[in-house]
Design a binder for this molecule. Structure first.
Ligand code: OAD
Length: 236
């Protein structure tokens, strides 16, 4: 028997899945905060900001190559796959993710907005070129114009891409249900996204094993890992 307290995703058409690092935790990719979190092991000032890259691009690339290798060896999990399947049933639905790992796309999701960029894309700050490249390690590390490729990521102290934010805001204003999965809701402006859905009157759901600073504002707060909780909302 379905639990009558749980929202049924079948009842919605324009679902936004708003995801963070916890979405990929069950694929074996460590989250950023909490026990074993990336930022407990590494100082972002050495690896994940423009000034670190300006000081020593080769060192920053070694670190990103290692991340690409680790992420490339992981597979999408059952929650990624279920979101992709729901996307096929509900073509107006989409994923707005803070993740840079590309696992939503590998699971088959076609409509994905990446707020923080992608580990699998590079851009050249000198000539403006951009490329997708999955080679491990990335080769060559320089663009045809001679400048270093830079990971096309939002690092600490970077601004988010304005067009990407506007697109995300537009779809979230228009959604009828927002399901937040696996984010600590601590990094702005991404963490603001659920507010937009709340203000627009959408049904809001948080899936996370732990409380977050925004938990109290969600209509439904479901405690547990993504792969266990998400299937409870989808009976089709
Ligand atoms: P965090 O590491 O801050 O938070 C991960 C969240 O996932 C926590 O709230 C966990 O409780 C939850 N979690 C852990 N395992 C889970 C599971 N199996 N199922 C569901 N939830 C689970 O990651 P983000 O919120 O994504 O920025 O962090 C936001 C941004 O901070 C990232 O995009 C990254 C980082 O610095 C950039 O790279 C620009």
């Amino acid at each position: 028997m379905p639990d009558p307290e749980l929202p049924r995703l079948e009842d919605y058409q324009r679902i936004v899945f708003f995801t963070g690092a916890g979405m990929s935790a069950e694929s074996g990719i460590p989250t950023y905060r909490g026990e074993g979190g990336l930022w407990g092991q590494y100082d972002y000032r050495d690896y994940a900001c423009q000034s670190a890259f300006d000081r020593d691009p080769a060192k920053v690339w070694v670190w990103h190559d290692e991340r690409r290798e680790m992420v490339g060896a992981c597979e999408p999990n059952a929650a990624h796959r279920l979101m992709a399947a729901i996307g096929r049933e509900k073509p107006l639905s989409l994923v707005v993710t803070q993740n840079i790992d590309g696992l939503h796309q590998r699971a088959g999701s076609e409509r994905v907005i990446e707020l923080h960029g992608s580990l699998w894309r590079q851009r050249c700050e000198s000539c403006g070129a951009r490329q997708e490249n999955h080679e491990l390690p990335l080769e060559p590390k320089r663009c045809a114009c001679g400048a270093w490729w830079r990971p096309d990521l939002v690092w600490f102290e970077d601004m988010l891409d304005q067009r990407t934010i506007e697109e995300a805001v537009r779809v979230i204003e228009d959604c009828d249900c927002l399901v937040s999965v696996g984010t600590s809701a601590s990094v702005y402006p991404a963490a603001e996204m659920p507010f937009i859905a709340m203000r627009a009157g959408a049904t809001t759901v948080e899936i996370n094993p732990e409380e977050t600073p925004l938990s109290a504002l969600f209509e439904h707060r479901l405690r547990g890992p993504a792969t266990e909780i998400l299937p409870l909302l989808w009976g089709a």
